[in-house]
Write a protein that binds this ligand. Structure first.
Ligand code: BTN
Length: 244
C-alpha cells in the first residue's frame, strides 16, 4: 500500500482522479494524495471541507477478489487502520461511529467514502476515500461544523506530522488487509467492534426515507448495522446517519 503515490497540490476531488487511474490498470494499493480539494466529496452527496495543508485528503485503489456484497467490509477495515494509526501517532483513543466516522471526544475527525466499480458481480476496483482533519484550528472549520467536527491537533493540543500519520496508516492498513485476505472478515470485525461507540446503545438511524430508533446489537458480516426496536423487531440498516 502506498508504494505508488500520486501527489497533487490542488484537485477537485482525489476520488475523481482515483476513478480515472483505476481504469488505467495502475497497481493495487495506488494512492492519490492532495494538499487541497476544491470540491471534496462526503457520504450521502455531502461536501467535505478540505482546506490546504491542514489535513490528509487521499484515495486508495484496491482490487480485491471478493464479491460485491463484501465491499463494505473494506470500509470497516479502513476505519480500524485509521484508529490504529491515530492511536500510534497521538496516544489518543478514537472511537468509531457506524458505519465509518472516527470520533475524538465525540467529534468527527475522519470520514471515509467508499466507491465501487463493478461489472455484474465482479469488482473491478474499490476506491476508498479518506479525509483526516489533522492540523486545523477550530476557526478553520465552517461555523456549522464547529459543534460536530474537530482535528487531531485540537484534541491533542499540538500540531501533528501528516507524513508520520500517513506512514503509520499504510503500515496498519497493509497488516489488516493481509489478515483479511488470509482469514476473512472475522478478526477485523472483532477489532472494529472493540472500537465502536454505538454497539449496545440506543441509537437513532436516519435513513433516506425514515427514522428508526433501537438498540444496536452489532454488525453483520457484511457490515450491516443490526438494531432492535422497542417492540423487539430487528432492523437491518444498510445506510443511514446515526445519533447516539
Ligand atoms: C464522509 O462523509 O464522512 C466521508 C468523507 C470522505 C472525504 C475524503 S477526502 C479524500 C477523498 N476525496 C473526496 O472527495 N472525498 C474523500
Amino acid at each position: 500500500i502506498g508504494r505508488n503515490i500520486y501527489y497533487e497540490e490542488s484537485v477537485e476531488s482525489t476520488q475523481i482522479i482515483a476513478k480515472l487511474l483505476s481504469n488505467e490498470n495502475v497497481p493495487e494499493g495506488t494512492v492519490i494524495i492532495a494538499e487541497e480539494q476544491l470540491s471534496g466529496k462526503g457520504r450521502m452527496n455531502r461536501t467535505w471541507h478540505s482546506p490546504k495543508y491542514t489535513g490528509i485528503w487521499m484515495s486508495l485503489i484496491l482490487r480485491p477478489n471478493i464479491p460485491l456484497t463484501k465491499a463494505p467490509q473494506l470500509t470497516l477495515l479502513t476505519a480500524v487502520a485509521i484508529v490504529h494509526a491515530i492511536e500510534e501517532e497521538t496516544g489518543l483513543q478514537p472511537e468509531i461511529k457506524w458505519p465509518n466516522d472516527i470520533l475524538l471526544a465525540g467529534k468527527k475527525v475522519t470520514g471515509i467514502l467508499t466507491e465501487l466499480h463493478a461489472e455484474a458481480d465482479r469488482i473491478h476496483s474499490i476506491i476508498i476515500g479518506i479525509g483526516i482533519n489533522v492540523n486545523q484550528k477550530m476557526e478553520d472549520f465552517p461555523r456549522e461544523l464547529q459543534e460536530k467536527a474537530s482535528s487531531l491537533a485540537i484534541e491533542k493540543g499540538e500540531l501533528m506530522s501528516r507524513a508520520g500519520l500517513i506512514r503509520s496508516f499504510f503500515k496498519h492498513f497493509e497488516k489488516l488487509y493481509m489478515l483479511y485476505l488470509e482469514q476473512g472478515f472475522f478478526p477485523i470485525k472483532l477489532l472494529w467492534e472493540g472500537h465502536a461507540v454505538s454497539i449496545g446503545k440506543i441509537l437513532k438511524a436516519r435513513t433516506l426515507t425514515n427514522v428508526i430508533e433501537g438498540k444496536a446489537l452489532g454488525i453483520t458480516d457484511d457490515g450491516v448495522l443490526i438494531l432492535e426496536d422497542e417492540t423487539g423487531y430487528i432492523h437491518h440498516i444498510y445506510s443511514a446517519d446515526i445519533e447516539v
